[in-house]
Design a protein around this ligand. Structure first.
Ligand SMILES: [Zn+2]
Length: 723
């Protein structure tokens, strides 16, 4: 396997670079990838791991389902709770109790939410995949009944990756057991189950519902007669609004009764087999994994997101409390004013709404916030029954300004034109009024109110009525809950993440020596670095798309002995060592002595004081300019030894390495490698990266450091080539 030698060599290199201020390990933070915005109170590396696995799943899923998976038109926020205790207050309820779930998906018009708990008693990644399927089903199979939605989610949550292949439909023994013990639900019953049914909500009943939904989707998709094409046709039919019986008949040519018999036989025979789908990993997507943007959230922001989740769950009281708490923590945090103001509008609490929306709109907000504020102000010229009479000049001016702002942000939002038309005609501006009313009607041709307003204004202009007359019968409908918020810190939809490719050479730059000196200081300084003569590091390894929860250990002793031991579950154990003379690798296939360029690689990586010896390791260093990786500003420095060129990206604020581009020998072939360093934290006077991501070709590996020990005795035998 290509991965092996690569990992091991790189492992040796990892701790030659060290690191800024210790990050707080409490509180909320966020990670943004190209498709997702992930927030949570989990450890930063856990959060990023969820983000990266979901991005990987996104690319794999897109290729599995069809070539044309539609990405959601609204952004998706994933909320990751570190444990069940912090998740429970936000779980959906059923009959007054929190449901026993480990995650849920909540679609919205403005933002989709996925919430999940990392509680070790659950299966967090399975849950994340499961909920992500619901997201894709929402956008790609709009009329999917619940059994189909859950069946697909159950099928995909157990997706396993092996290299660039995916294995789908691994039999779920628990479900098969249940289906053989309990009387299967008639398909008619299964198809009629809705979100309020006990079969969806009560644990014992839900088991049979989920099991049977899973089995049916398994049969329809992977069963007897190579069914993928038929299944696609079936999904299309469902998406077009056909009922299930009809869709089954036209896609499979059988009746429901026959299908029910076949499903029974399928489960009885126990012939459910998984299917391997080759080539699902898309190398293009890997680059974006590692250039994620991370930041910590203030408590005020965290309250805002949780309150917004509550709004979307219909928990208005909790939402109101949350937004108020957010404002109490940071009285300048306008998104919470906006969200609370909109909530009050929906609750018809207009006086409170006005106060909060006025404050919110002191700086630009979303189109809807401006519209809501205009609506609240427009009520001042309204009778109790919603009939309009008149506005003061000042009020009309503010309303107009807010509506124009709203239209500027969303030129396709018809109600804003309509309200502007109404206000203009009451203010004797019939030219503008007519234009606005016509625009509203253009955008929403079927709307009778818009048509009536156009007609009334025309009548007025023809001299058939007097000012204000056309509107006697107008009643402006209160805004409906469409949206309450937007994701902070970015526009909706996919965003481009800076990946360090564009180097800016303009502006004044420090010298390369200045940058490298600052780096040395940031890492702890020469004295502290020299004070360490041996180190043991232990942690966990994920290989994205392949395996989770492996372990690694590195042992190193000054000046140049090192060994790395890697257990990538479920693959095997790999060792790479250098005893100051002989370099070697040990894998399942045996021990191999390294020569030539491969030996040179491990020698370099085993240099205990590499950071102090950079000048002799790299005779030529050149500062190329500035760039950005994620949100970080970096200096780009090319390092040239005799053979190949390496490139290091140093954070312009902290002077710690963010990324290293290098090459490693894989047999006779030189392979490019990108290494990302993150979560730099203080340890005994040094700064060390606690998260390291290594990408090469299609492979991305995440290393999370759990334990470091300096100056401990290490058995010299460890470094010697095994016999
Ligand atoms: Zn589900």
């Amino acid at each position: 396997m290509k991965l092996r030698s690569l990992i091991s060599h790189v492992l040796l290199l990892l701790f030659t670079f060290s690191n800024v201020t210790a990050q707080t390990r409490e509180g909320w933070r966020s990670v943004r990838t190209n498709h997702l915005f992930v927030i949570g109170n989990a450890e930063p590396e856990e959060l990023r791991r969820v983000a990266i696995w979901l991005e990987f799943f996104h690319s794999a899923f897109a290729r599995l389902v069809s070539r044309n998976v539609i990405d959601s038109s609204v952004p998706t926020t994933v909320i990751v709770f570190r444990d069940d205790d912090s998740f429970t207050p936000f779980k959906p309820g059923y009959q007054g109790q929190a449901k026993a779930v480990s995650g849920f998906f909540l679609p919205g018009d403005d933002v989709n939410y996925i919430a999940l708990s990392l509680d070790p008693r659950g299966n967090p990644y399975g849950t994340a995949f499961h909920e992500y399927v619901h997201l894709h089903v929402k956008d790609n199979i709009p009329n999917a009944p619940i059994w189909l939605n859950e069946g697909l989610a159950e099928l995909y949550e157990s997706l396993q990756f092996s290299g660039s292949d995916a294995v789908i439909g691994v039999p779920k023994q628990g479900y098969i057991w249940v289906l053989r013990q309990v009387e299967m639900l008639p398909l008619k019953t299964l198809f009629s189950i809705g979100t309020d049914s006990p079969y969806y909500n009560e644990q014992d009943k839900a088991t049979i519902f989920y099991a049977e939904s899973w089995a049916l989707v398994h049969y329809l998709m992977l069963g007897d007669r190579a069914r993928q094409d038929q299944f696609k046709k079936f999904l299309q039919r469902i998406g077009n609004g056909d009922d299930v019986a009809k869709a089954v008949e036209s896609a499979y040519g059988i009746t429901l009764d026959v299908l029910e018999e076949e499903l029974r036989a399928y489960i009885r025979r126990g012939s459910l087999t998984a299917q391997v789908i080759t080539g699902v990993a898309n190398p293009e997507t890997f680059r974006s994994y590692t250039a994620t943007q991370r930041s910590s959230l203030t408590d005020s922001e965290a309250y805002y997101y949780l309150a917004d989740l509550c709004v979307h769950m219909g928990r208005d009281k909790a939402a109101e409390r949350g937004f108020k708490e957010s404002i109490a923590l940071d009285p300048g945090f306008l998104p919470s004013y906006a969200a609370l103001g909109m909530l009050y509008v929906e609750q018809r609490r207009y006086d409170e709404a006005e106060r909060y929306l006025q404050k919110a709109t002191t700086s630009p907000q979303t189109s809807l916030v401006h519209y809501y504020y205009a609506y609240v102000l427009s009520r001042k010229g309204m009778s109790a029954t919603g009939q309009l009479s008149q506005y003061s000049k000042e009020n009309a001016a503010v309303i107009r300004e807010q509506l124009l702002q709203s239209i500027k942000l969303d030129p396709k939002f018809a109600p804003a034109y309509y309200l502007l038309g109404v206000v203009d005609s009451l203010s004797d501006r019939s030219d503008e009024a007519l234009e606005m009313a016509q625009r509203a009607l253009q955008l929403s041709p079927g709307d009778k109110r818009y048509a009536r307003l156009v007609e009334n204004i025309k009548q007025y202009r023809a001299g058939n009525t007097t000012t204000g007359e056309p509107l006697k019968s107008e009643a402006i409908a209160a805004p409906e809950r469409a949206s309450s918020s937007k994701m902070l810190g970015g526009d909706s939809g996919p965003v481009a993440i800076n990946d360090g490719q564009k180097v800016d050479t303009s502006g004044s730059l420090p010298t390369v020596d200045e940058v490298m000196d600052r780096y040395l200081k940031a890492a702890g300084g020469a004295a502290a670095l020299n004070g360490v003569t041996s180190r043991v590091v232990k942690g966990t390894v994920d290989v994205v798309g392949v395996s989770r929860g492996g372990t690694f250990e590195t042992y190193s002793v000054a000046p140049n002995k090192a060994v790395s031991i890697l257990n990538v579950t479920p693959v095997e154990t790999i060792r790479v060592g250098y005893d100051g003379r002989v370099g070697w690798t040990q894998t399942a296939t045996g021990v191999r002595v390294l020569k030539g360029a491969e030996l040179a690689s491990v020698q370099t990586d085993a240099d205990f004081y590499a950071i102090l010896n950079l000048k002799s390791l790299y005779p030529k260093m050149t500062l190329r300019g500035k760039s950005k990786i994620g949100y970080r500003e970096v200096y780009v420095i090319d390092l040239e030894p005799n053979s190949t060129a390496d490139r290091v990206f140093i954070d312009a604020e902290t002077y710690l390495p963010v990324r290293m581009n290098s090459t490693r020998m894989r047999g006779n072939v030189s392979v490019p490698v990108e290494i990302y360093y993150d979560d730099w934290s203080a340890f005994e006077g040094l700064l060390l990266p606690y998260t390291i991501t290594i990408s090469s070709g299609k492979r991305t590996m995440l290393l999370t450091v759990k334990e470091i020990k300096n100056n401990v005795p290490v058995d010299a035998k460890l470094f010697e080539k095994p016999l």
